[in-house]
Design a protein around this ligand. Structure first.
Ligand SMILES: Cc1cc2nc3c(=O)[nH]c(=O)nc-3n(C[C@H](O)[C@H](O)[C@H](O)COP(=O)(O)O)c2cc1C
Length: 270
């Protein structure tokens, strides 16, 4: 893309009409899953996916959202707690996951649940499966994968954004409407601090807020200053302390899950 078109990409994705064109493009490829956030996917899109043999997932931050997704024909509900990176609701994962599993089971089942929000260890995967989820869905933990390539590199080593993530603790995120107009969890930075100042304006409703800030986001993504970033990430950032290949992150999740289940077996006396 020419530079100015590439720069406008971030804004366009938030518009409903553009999201539909993304769906059309997705269906031209051999996709295995289509996932939707910020509301239930339109019923006609779900039907189109099913005709193509593609299951549909949708993120839910409450049991009410989960039931609406199921009523619309969604196959997989992603129960995502408050801790998550990006757009997220108000209920913490440990309360939300069983609430959604139970609400969907009471409706008659048939909808799989993936647990999301704050997962970065195999022990948490075991907890998610223990409360009734069929699997987990993760975002933040892969931002410090060696394969993740976003932002400026000043020298050999992590990018500026990864440096910021590596330095952050689990209380270094904030949930604000400043990214898109809807509440999203972001890495705390000089950018989020500036919006927290007493004389800062209120964010605009979606999609206008992103129109307002996307050019600034693009400039920050080209900056070499790790304290000035506009980056969605969840509270699990506090455990993201080294850059590793994604395969290593997965291997550790599996090993941690096995260890957790062995520990439970020991507790049960097996
Ligand atoms: C940088 C970033 C960008 C994200 N963008 C999207 C997105 O465009 N659409 C979406 O459905 N979810 C998005 N998410 C949410 C993830 O799909 C996932 O639900 C979330 O990261 C899970 O919680 P965790 O961050 O604690 O692992 C994003 C998350 C992050 C960290």
């Amino acid at each position: 893309l020419p530079d100015d078109e590439a720069r406008s990409e971030g804004t366009l994705g938030w518009l409903h009409s553009i999201a539909r064109s993304h769906v059309e493009i997705a269906f031209r490829h051999p996709i295995k899953l289509i996932a939707n956030a910020l509301g239930s996917p339109p019923v006609d899109v779900i039907e189109q996916a099913h005709q193509a043999g593609v299951p549909v997932a949708a993120l839910a931050g409450s049991a009410k959202h989960a039931l609406r997704h199921a009523d619309n024909g969604v196959d997989i509900v992603i129960a995502q707690g408050h801790e998550a990176g990006g757009h997220t609701g108000e209920i913490g994962s440990m309360v939300l996951w069983p609430e959604i599993c139970d609400a969907l089971a009471a409706r008659g089942g048939g909808t799989a649940v993936l647990a999301a929000g704050g997962i970065g260890t195999g022990r948490q995967v075991a907890a998610a499966l223990a409360v009734g989820a069929s699997g987990v869905w993760m975002g933040s933990a892969f931002l410090t994968a060696a394969e993740y390539d976003l932002g400026v590199r000043t020298e050999e080593g992590p990018s500026v954004i990864q440096q910021a993530l590596l330095a952050a603790g689990s209380s270094d995120t904030v949930r604000r409407r400043i990214y898109s107009g809807k509440p999203a969890r972001l890495l705390k930075s000089r950018w989020t601090d500036a919006w927290d100042e007493a004389d800062a304006p209120d964010p605009l409703p979606m999609p206008l807020q992103n129109v307002l800030v996307s050019e600034a986001h693009q400039r920050m993504s080209r900056s070499t200053d790790p304290t000035a970033v506009a980056m969605p990430v969840g509270q699990i950032v506090g455990r993201m302390n080294e850059i590793r290949p994604a395969a290593e992150i997965i291997a550790e999740l599996v090993a941690g899950f096995e260890e957790a289940t062995r520990r439970l077996d020991t507790i049960r006396g097996n």
